[in-house]
Every structure is written in structure tokens, then in C-alpha cells.
Design a protein around this ligand. Structure first.
Ligand code: HEM
Length: 399
């Protein structure tokens, strides 16, 4: 079924300005939830689905809301991969890649290296008394941790972060800028070479990493499939942990009472993580394509319709989360949508939870004494498909 690039008959059409969405998408989402919970937005070329219950409903119906969206920029950048496949191929690819990212494996295999990397990065800045915690800490930490879990011993954190940026630019290259495609192609070629080299080594000596797990998967995974899935993991595995770290640290520095409670009671770091991911979801939306006619939110969508599940909006739905715009670690527990749902539920959730809430935040707040925001005007939230802080300038008492 080919993708329909127009509004479904009867779907409300709502014009949204992409620059405004990047600056602050939440007022537009609140309006859509109230007045047009499924709306065709011409600038996005998709129907936006914005209410919590409807998104959860769609996630549960993967056979109708397919992940195989045709013509997606992600497919052009990285090629076929688990994120844009349906079962049974999705299940086979995910089954090969997932085991090293489960909670026990994260604790037993990776936590030690994650911790020493976080200390090393803090050692580099501790005496300075000032830093941008995004560029100097969160991004290199997320990139180094990803290299470790993937098993890419032949790549540096700088390589991983640079490749991730180049592919992310490709995934959102709606302007079809040839320079962006060139940089993305260079990054994907470099990843293919690095993965081929490691796959050769771990075929002889398995090492528990994601690449090793895919090489030795019970249901065979071809080298090109391993390469494409590593690309998608690098494309998406750096910015989200970086952004949840940055937004959470920023929220706590602006709420010193909450910060003091969490420092006194470290079990609360977990709640800070889940509330941060709900409050400003690092991934704001992702696409689906209908395999057959289906009615949702009062609109009959024909097969082939393109829908965006706007999880950042679902996570601010007042019918589920009271005072949804507030950062509140004490709110009653309701599952948030920041990691998605259904068969594509984020494979890196436990990696991200551990690296940010068990390690990065506690280490930063313990080691950098009297940490303060400098209120640099450059530090602001940006983005709607992906959302996070552009930078996070802080000072502390250098030892
Ligand atoms: C706070 C951090 C993170 C957030 C909020 C996040 C969010 C998400 C979301 C919303 C999806 C579903 C997308 C869709 O259904 O189209 C997803 C999928 C995925 N994530 Fe994450 N992610 C995070 C960190 C990571 C990390 C660190 C890794 C790698 C270790 C990772 C690997 C993946 C993979 C491989 C998928 C595809 C799973 C599949 O298709 O079955 N993520 N993530």
C-alpha cells in the first residue's frame, strides 16, 4: 500500500508553523488535543494524533499502524532497519540486538565502564569551575556508553557523536540539501567499515555486545542488517540520554528544594528520570502508516494514511496528568509515553535509565559542589521531533 500524502476526507486541516513548533510545541498541542485530536498538518505532511488514549490505542495495533512508512528520510539515511520494519522481520532483528540492553546485562556488563567514563569526563572539567554540561559531559558520555554497548572498540566517542549528528541531520533533511546528504553518507560509510571490522572479530571471540549478539543471533542477521541497525542505534542513542540528562539537571537547578530532597534520598533519582522524560520528551513524535482503513479520534482514515504519534503531546494530556506542564516528581504514577509502546518500545530504555539516573546525575551533583546555572541566554529548549536543551552552562566551586 503506497503512502497517501494528502489529508484523509473529513480530517480537520490545521496549519502549524514549524519554527514555532521548534520553539515551543506545547500550546499548539494543547489546542489540537482540545479541538482536533487527529488533524492533517500540511507543513508536516501527516495527520497528528495528540491525545494520550488514542496514541496508546494506536501503539497496541501495530498491524494497522505500520512502522514501514514509505519514503521516510530515515530509510534514505540508514537503509532498512528494525525501527521501520514490522514483524516478523522486526522481531528477528530486535531479537538479535536486544539481549545486551536488558537490565541485568546493563548492570553486570556495562555499568562499571559507564561509571569510569563519567568520572573521567568529570575529572577533565572539575578544576575549571565552569562548563557546558551538554557539550562537555552529557554528549560525550552518551556517545562513549553507546560505543561500549555496541562493541565498537574501533570508534571514539567523538566519532560516534559526529556520526550521530550527521545522520540526524539527514533524517530531517526536508530541504534536500546535498551537503547534508554528503555528510550523512560519509558517516554511514564509516559506520559500515567499523561494524564490518568488529563483526569479523566477534565472530571468533564473542564479547556480549550488541554487534556480537547480532552476529551470533539464533535467527540469522546479515552483515548489512547489522550495519543498518547500528546506524539507527547511533542515530538515536546519543541525543536522547543527553537531552534527558540536560533537561533534568536544569529542572533540578531551578527547583533547589527538590534537588536537596533527591540528594538526601537517592532512590528518588528514578522518579526524576521518569518525570523528566514525561515533561520534555526527548523524542516528540514518530511516524506510522495505515495498512487498512481505520477510524480513530472520530476520523475515518483510508489505508496508506500517514499518522504521527505525538508522544510529547500525550505526555502533557491533562486528562491523564494533572497540571501536566509542571515538573513534579511527586505526581501519581501513570505510565508516560516517552519510550514509545508496543513492539517498538525503546530498546535502550534500561541503558538510558542507568547511565542518567543511577550514574550521571548523582555523580555530577555529588562531585561539582555548589553547582549553579549561569543563566546563559544560549541555554534554551529547542525542537519538536527531538527536543532538548541547546546547552547548559553552569559554574561550581572548583576544588
Ligand atoms: C532517554 C533516552 C531515550 C528515549 C526517550 C528513547 C525513546 C525511544 C522511542 C520513543 C522509541 C520508539 C520509536 C518508534 O516506535 O518509532 C525508541 C526506539 C528505539 N530506541 Fe530509544 N530512546 C532512548 C534511548 C535509547 C538508547 C540509549 C538506545 C540504544 C542503546 C536506544 C535504542 C532504541 C532502538 C534500537 C529503538 C528501536 C526499537 C524497535 O524498533 O524495536 N534508545 N526509543
Amino acid at each position: 500500500m503506497s503512502a497517501l500524502t494528502t489529508a484523509a476526507p473529513g480530517a480537520p486541516v490545521v496549519d502549524l508553523d514549524l519554527d514555532e513548533l521548534r520553539r515551543d510545541p506545547y500550546p499548539a498541542y494543547a489546542r489540537l488535543r482540545r479541538t482536533a485530536p487527529l488533524a492533517w498538518v500540511p507543513s508536516v505532511g501527516r495527520h497528528l494524533l495528540t491525545r494520550y488514549d488514542d496514541i496508546v490505542h494506536a501503539e497496541k495495533l501495530a498491524e494497522v499502524f505500520s512502522s514501514r512508512e514509505e519514503g521516510s528520510l530515515l530509510l534514505r539515511t540508514v537503509g532498512k532497519n528494525m525501527l521501520r520494519e514490522d514483524d516478523p522481520d522486526h522481531r528477528r532483528l530486535r531479537g538479535g540486538a536486544e539481549p545486551p540492553t536488558r537490565p541485568r546485562q546493563v548492570r553486570d556488563l556495562w555499568a562499571g565502564t559507564f561509571e569510569s567514563t563519567a568520572h573521567r569526563l568529570l575529572d577533565r572539567i572539575a578544576a575549571r569551575g565552569e562548563a557546558d554540561l551538554i557539550a562537555d559531559f552529557a554528549e560525550p558520555l552518551a556517545a562513549a556508553n553507546l560505543a561500549c554497548v555496541l562493541g565498537l572498540r574501533n570508534a571514539t566517542a567523538d566519532d560516534i557523536a559526529g556520526w550521530s549528528r550527521a545522520m540526524m541531520a539527514g533524517n530531517s533533511n526536508y530541504a534536500d540539501d546535498p551537503d547534508i546528504w554528503l555528510r550523512a553518507a560519509r558517516a554511514t560509510r564509516a559506520i559500515e567499515e567499523a561494524v564490518a571490522e568488529i563483526a569479523e572479530t566477534v565472530r571468533r571471540e564473542p564479547d556480549g555486545s550488541v554487534i556480537s549478539s547480532m552476529v551470533h543471533a539464533p535467527e540469522p542477521v546479515a552483515l548489512s542488517e547489522i550495519q543498518n541497525n547500528v546506524k539507527v542505534i547511533i542515530g538515536g542513542g546519543v541525543n536522547e540520554p543527553r537531552d534527558v540528562f540536560g533537561v533534568g539537571a536544569w529542572a533540578l537547578l531551578r527547583h533547589p528544594g527538590v534537588l536537596n530532597r533527591v540528594i538526601d534520598e537517592p532512590t528518588l533519582w528514578k522518579r526524576v528520570f521518569e518525570e523528566t522524560a514525561r515533561w520534555v520528551s526527548p523524542i516528540g513524535m514518530y511516524p506510522r502508516q495505515l495498512t487498512r482503513d481505520y477510524e480513530i479520534a472520530g476520523v475515518k482514515l483510508p489505508a496508506g494514511s500517514r499518522v504521527a504519534l505525538v508522544i510529547a503531546s500525550g505526555n502533557r494530556d491533562e486528562s491523564v496528568f494533572e497540571r501536566a506542564a509542571e515538573f513534579d516528581i511527586d505526581r501519581p504514577h501513570r505510565p508516560h509515553l516517552a519510550f514509545g509502546g508496543g513492539p517498538h518500545f525503546c530498546m535502550g530504555a534500561w541503558v538510558a535509565r542507568h547511565e542518567v539516573s543511577a550514574l550521571a546525575w548523582p555523580l555530577v551533583f555529588n562531585r561539582l559542589k555548589a553547582l549553579r546555572l549561569t543563566d546563559d541566554p544560549a541555554d534554551h529548549l529547542d525542537g519538536w521531533v527531538f527536543r532538548g536543551l541547546t546547552s547548559l552552562h553552569v559554574t561550581w566551586q572548583a576544588a
